[in-house]
Design a protein around this ligand. Structure first.
Ligand code: ZN
Length: 241
């Protein structure tokens, strides 16, 4: 089975469209969305609708939770808060309901799928360092765990007591190693590469691969300006930070 994995779309319709077109070309059997469909960007409704139509599974992200009032807006930085409040005003009742019904976690084949961390998904912790990732390996039973949240494509590997991180574009999944893989961000990459990021996990060949897709950044920025979203959020898309 080939599983497409998309995360942190953040209401960036141009980025999501480009990724879905790329996925179509690469043909996957299933598409999983790791959450944060909304927040930051200008097209929350269109993005939720595409996820509703194309993703087979989706989990809740912290910005989705903020937009539907499940996570208090005080927990977000000022820029994110403005975007969440704006999102809340424009979300249609159907899309609001879709986000409200998203689970925190999905298990599929040999993978656990969660937005932030498998240990305490509702606490929205960031897994960026090996020492933070290490105890998380005891919190899921599958061979792999796929996460989003930090917007940085990176994999944590664990063999016995040793944990290390890899930034390779391709990973050959080894039997004796367990993995926590961050799928990167479709709509707001933060690793210095502004192109949209997503991953494909092929269970048959035991390979995971990241793909980067260019999209019309200027158009998303223009829509953000029209929506009156913060300038800082508009500018960061161009540099992928
Ligand atoms: Zn996010």
């Amino acid at each position: 089975m080939r599983i497409g994995i998309i995360s942190d779309i953040h209401s960036n319709l141009e980025a999501l469209r480009s990724v879905l077109a790329d996925l179509k070309e690469k043909s996957v059997d299933r598409l999983v969305c790791l959450g944060d469909v909304v927040g930051y960007g200008p097209q929350p409704n269109a993005c939720v609708e595409l996820v509703r139509d194309f993703a087979d599974d989706a989990v809740l992200g912290n910005h989705d939770a903020g937009a539907i009032g499940k996570t208090p807006v005080q927990q977000f930085n000022p820029y994110a808060r403005i975007a969440i409040q704006w999102t809340r005003e424009v979300l249609t009742p159907e899309n609001y309901r879709f986000l409200s019904e998203l689970p925190m976690m999905v298990i599929l084949d040999d993978g656990t799928f969660v937005h932030a961390s498998p240990g305490h998904p509702e606490e929205w912790e960031y897994l960026t360092e090996c020492h933070g990732a290490k105890p998380e390996f005891d919190a899921f039973r599958t061979h792999l765990c796929f996460i989003g949240h930090s917007h940085v494509p990176v994999a944590f590997c664990r063999e016995k007591n040793r944990v290390w991180r890899v930034r390779d574009q391709q990973l050959l999944i080894q039997e004796e190693i367990r993995y926590i893989i961050n799928a990167g961000s479709v709509g707001q990459p933060r690793d210095g590469d502004p192109r949209a990021c997503y991953g494909i996990y092929d269970t048959r060949t035991a390979q995971f691969e990241y793909f980067r897709v260019p999209y019309d950044i200027a158009r998303t920025q223009m829509e953000m300006r029209e929506a009156g979203l913060p300038d800082f959020l508009i500018r960061r898309l161009a540099v992928g930070r």
